[in-house]
Design a protein around this ligand. Sequence first.
Ligand code: HEM
Ligand SMILES: *[C@@H]1O[C@H](CO)[C@@H](O)[C@H](O)[C@H]1NC(C)=O
Ligand SMILES: *[C@@H]1O[C@H](CO)[C@@H](O)[C@H](O)[C@H]1NC(C)=O
Length: 336
Amino acid sequence: MARMRLVVATLALALMVNPSFLNSMVDSSNVAEFLYPEFYQCSCPNAAEIVRSVVAKAMAREARMAASLLRLNFHDCFVQGCDASLLLDSTDKIVSEKGSKPNKNSARGFEVIDEIKMALEKECPRTVSCADIIALAARDSTVLSGGRNWEVPLGRKDSHGASLKESNNNIPAPNSTLKTIIAKFKRQGLSEVDVVALSGSHTIGMSRCVSFRQRLYNQTGNHQPDRTLDSHYASFLRTGCPKSGSDQNLFLLDFETPAKFDNFYFKNLLTNNGLLNSDEVLFTQSEFTKGLVKLYAENNEIFLDQFAKSMVRMSTVKPLTGDKGEVRENCRFNNH
Ligand code: HEM
Ligand SMILES: *[C@@H]1O[C@H](CO)[C@@H](O)[C@H](O)[C@H]1NC(C)=O
Ligand SMILES: *[C@@H]1O[C@H](CO)[C@@H](O)[C@H](O)[C@H]1NC(C)=O
């Protein structure tokens, strides 16, 4: 509440000095000031607890669900901002983002989001947005896997539409160069520090064979494996990920501590044991990102702390606020 008062006071002052200030605010891509953790304090005081309990139940059924829910936040926020556009199913008017290259046969956890939404609709109908549910579920997934807690700014609204095109263009591919990855994060207002810290999400969860096969057999188009992939690890991976077929076979992103949110992902990168090409390039393609990988590998606390900060930044990219957008009753469809 103190923060809200400060925002209001600052706005009033800015308007006195320069009456066109509000327009420049509205145009600004960083509108995170309009989100705040206490948003549902009066309208749905138990919202955060309800989300946490459904996430905990889902993780008890399947530990990997934490990773799947965390990834939804990334794939939502990089497309039109954090507006739950990812959750919309196809209709006459909507072409779902679920069919994009990065999401197809890969993005998962939608049933858990539905379960959270149903519990929240029972408690406080049409109050908590699907976009806020995604942000809360990502935080809870991290914390319940052993990561650091953070306060989630709230008050996002849900989009009326989706963008298959942005989903294909904005989300980096596992064989993207580091330069491309950094450029795609910059487009969202995110830095190289955010790239490295947020890639640390790959300390939990799994990848399909098809996402890293190129590294095993034909990295540079000359039928050689990637030289920045440990050879023992590569031969292990080839046993379950042949030259063709078995595309959907699953492999742990962090084989040391696969379900624990810690810095073993970074330790693996130091020894060429990163699973995806987009992981290993953080250590091999730039001195700056390599320095961060080493720092996080050495110090779990520094990693967890930066991860929390970067998640707040990522989960507040271009939110819809105020009377823009809606609070969907069913996260898969717009209200009638
Ligand atoms: C830096 C660029 C990134 C690339 C190229 C990338 C790519 C990928 C790929 C290819 C997979 C495996 C998907 C599959 O084969 O089904 C994956 C999984 C995953 N990604 Fe990323 N990712 C990136 C950044 C992020 C970020 C920023 C987050 C979250 C903040 C994230 C969270 C995850 C998680 C948790 C999984 C495991 C999901 C599961 O087990 O269901 N990734 N990522
Ligand atoms: C990355 O993989 C895609 C699909 O497998 C392929 O079409 C593309 O050429 C690859 N890009 C690079 C830089 O290797
Ligand atoms: C190997 O990569 C090259 C260049 O990207 C491509 O033209 C060729 O078809 C690939 N071969 C196989 C077997 O994937």
